[in-house]
Design a protein around this ligand. Sequence first.
Ligand code: ZN
Length: 533
Amino acid sequence: MAIPEVLSRLHGKLIVSCQAPDGDAFRHPECMARFAQAARDGGAAGIRANGVEDIRAIRQAVDLPVVAIAKKVWNDGRILITGVFEDAAELARAGAEMIAIDVTSRGQRFGALERLARIKRELGVTVLADIATVEEAVAAEQAGADAVLSTMRGYTDETAHTTGFEPDFIAQLVRAVKVPVIAEGRIGTPSEARAAIESGAWAVIVGTAITHPSAITRRFAGAVESARGLRGDILGIDMGGTNTKYGIVSAGGRLSAEGFVPTPSGGGAVLLAHLKTVACHLLDGARRAGIAPCALGIATAGWVDTRTGCVAYATENLPGWTGTHIGEELQAATGLPVAVENDANALAAAESQFGAARGCRDFVCVTLGTGVGGGCYAGGRLNHGAHYFANALGHIPVVLDGLPCTCGLKGCLEVYANAAALVRYAGGGYPNAEEVVNAANAGDARARAAILQYAKHLALGAASIVHLLDPEILILAGGIAQNNPLLLATLQSELVARLTVPDRRKLRVTVSSLGYYAGVYGAAAAVRESDPL
Ligand SMILES: [Zn+2]
């Protein structure tokens, strides 16, 4: 079956829908013609437009093929696209090479299939079928449609559950029919338009996102106004294995009412009750001080599904924590919007908003302590991965079949770069890693040698991270990195020696300066990070 020449010209191209409803500021044929000119200048290969007046104006303004429709309120009180043959004939006389009609099950009840065949037969134009389901597309193709358009997906009773653009639906259509499938409907961004083509669409039609200034303004206004609420004070709680730290973080990064309480041992229910108590205590204190917090942020060990505020997975260090709906529970307890984030990710967010990485789009924050973890920003966003398991920096392998790790694997970076490793490198005799650092700073040769060995192992893992992400800054957080100039200097040189094109990178290695309450900053930062902006 031959593809009409006009459709061939649209292959792999963008079509811009230039329509304005009654009452819209742009409701005038001249305005639609101007939109069509702007669309052409921007690279559109075709125009979709409604009604003979608009189509005549557009035909005069641009030399692009037009998909024409006639939208009218039908006798069931709803709009129907090109519901009568006479309207199609008028569109063809106005210069439309292509006419689209509603071939949904509702459209078919009003004779769409017969009308489609008649338009094709009597008017000699290319006929496009606006559909919402695969079955409708197949019926339209059998009736002679030259192409099917996903336009009605989400706008019929049967598909009302659809709320966004679905590339999968385009792929289903492509598999089901032989005629070209043109993606249209709820395509709001260039990446969605590209996804449509990648799913097999012949062409893509975008309307509102390009030619509806009041709708575009509404999106921006909504974003700006929702952000305004987050400019206020945020409660932050960082639940660590030993202590739970808390405080109020202002939009400018000022910490107040900070403090800590021991984290109780026990299962998930105990921890959840503990978090609620701390949150309510903090909220009461804030209100007594005349502060009306706008949100609550929680940082916790374990991997967190940040969309739902639920713990996706926690190790046996936190028994029963997996599956805990922290977000919902804390929201119910405090009445505040709640964001929940993994503690290492939260630290990275803190660095992004309040620390060394302000204004930096690509950086990594590595936490060095009992465990080794981190958070990575790529392109200005905190990376969570497909399953919220990203940033497991401590489990990057650095030694083949090396020492066993708490995760069950062997040779993980964590076993060679945690606090216990530093004590081990020093040959024992130091009560903890902090004492090794103090001794090294005092000139103790054994302690200095231990730090060199530690830095070499850390550099191995860091080289993998840098090769993967090419960050601007590598931030070291946690007790071992504090007050440890030997580690910083050694890591820098060891890392450079293990990097490709080191001289072309402007990589800086630095130490977190957010201090003891970095995690509280992180919990607050997670709230802004979770903003749908
Ligand atoms: Zn591991």
